[in-house]
Design a protein around this ligand. Structure first.
Ligand code: PLP
Length: 380
């Protein structure tokens, strides 16, 4: 037997409390019993999203919530500005193209955050832009984009759509306070749930825009969902068991305290970066790193895919690969959701051992010690 350690940026580990909640006996979704669970989850989501408005629960992965944002907010041919600094920026672009929008792309070098003045320049150049679309945390490059600053540019202007899939529940992304118009996430990251739920919250002016938007929509009709979800269920059959789990995971986060949840993620990320640096490895996103996952270049000449296979098959440690142009060169260590200090230690210790196996001359314990120094901060 090889014990498994799931340290990927989604799906992420599930706490027992959440797993047990999801094993509750099935109930009907149009009953007062379900309405109560649903309403409690809705309230928890409002705190998480930093909004007094509605957060809608969809039966989809995160991409479904992204698609719902586009389908409900735009009309064919609408010009939108897409910040594309990785696989998920590319996803906004693909959705925009699939729905017949007219996207203007801001290409960002992988590993870098978009510069606020570049966005400002594009907005000045194209006064007819209806929306700016971005990732808060671009999981593929482990970059954090300056969402709060860009929100200042879009206030009273184009709608600001933020993919918060590896940001909501990892760091504060308060929709109302920052002036975000659409914020989406999925269940399998910070929310400590299996894949299968998408979430979306809109600002009041975005709700107004849905009334004029002409793109076709049926399953993801947010006005229909809003009306039904206010009454404690979905327009269609909701993912009942996942919603039991959602209520439990939101309760766990509230008990820990959202500030402490964010501090834990920030600390795990700092410890991982300190470890990589102490091992002499280069970070993929040194200037603006995400607190959800850390991208690390492996020493030249090593095949990162082989190292990851070895970690998974021989050690049971599941990390993530670099995508596209980073394939074979970089790895990503996630620290998102139900993870703590010793998940970081496990990942780093295992990486040190795997790198030794593949011939890298990095003394054992360098990375672990650097991570321990950071992680000690949280201990009395
Ligand atoms: C930033 C970001 N956006 C979107 C997605 C897509 O979400 P899903 O795979 O749940 O559809 C992911 C998934 O990893 C992500 O990390």
């Amino acid at each position: 037997m090889i014990k498994q350690y799931l340290l990927s940026p989604g799906p992420t580990p599930i706490p027992n409390e959440v797993a047990l909640a999801m094993s509750e006996t099935m109930i009907h979704h149009r009953t007062p019993q379900f309405n109560k669970v649903f309403e409690e989850a809705r309230q928890g989501l409002k705190t998480l999203f930093g909004t007094n408005g509605d957060v809608l629960i969809l039966a989809s992965s995160g991409t479904g919530a992204m698609e719902a944002a586009v389908a409900n907010l735009f009309s064919p041919g609408d010009k939108v500005l897409v910040i594309n600094g990785g696989k998920f920026g590319e996803r906004w672009l693909n959705i925009a193209n699939a729905f017949g929008l007219d996207p203007v792309e801001v290409k960002v070098e992988w590993g870098k955050a978009v510069k606020v003045d570049v966005v400002e320049k594009q907005l000045n150049l194209h006064p007819d832009i209806q929306s700016v679309m971005i990732q808060a945390s671009e999981t593929s490059t482990t970059v954090l984009h300056p969402v709060k600053e860009i929100a200042k540019l879009t206030k009273n202007g184009p709608l600001f759509l933020v993919d918060g899939v590896t940001a909501v529940g990892v760091l504060p992304v308060p929709l109302d306070e920052w002036g975000i118009d659409a914020l989406v996430t999925g269940s399998q990251k910070a929310l400590m749930l299996p894949p299968g739920l998408g979430f979306i919250a809109l600002s009041e002016r975005a709700w107004q825009k849905t009334k004029k938007a002409k793109l076709p929509r049926f399953y993801f009709d947010l006005n229909l969902e809003r009306k039904n979800q206010a009454k404690g269920s979905g327009a269609f059959t909701p993912a009942v068991s996942l919603i039991f789990g959602l209520r439990a995971s939101l309760d766990m986060m509230a008990r820990e305290g959202f500030d402490r949840v964010y501090a834990r993620h920030a600390r795990m990320a700092r410890a991982t970066r300190a470890a990589a640096t102490a091992m002499g490895l280069k970070l993929l996103a040194p200037d603006s790193p995400s607190p959800a996952a850390t991208g690390i270049f492996l020493p030249k000449g090593l095949d990162a895919d082989k190292v990851l296979d070895y970690l998974r098959d021989q050690m049971g440690v599941i990390l993530a690969e670099g995508q596209d142009q980073l394939r074979g060169k970089a790895i990503r260590i996630a620290h998102v959701g139900y993870m703590g200090a010793f998940d970081v230690i496990t990942a780093i210790a295992a990486l040190e051992m795997a790198l030794r196996k593949f011939g890298a001359e990095i003394p054992f314990g360098r990375g672990v010690a650097a991570a321990q120094e950071v992680l000690m901060e949280a201990l009395n």
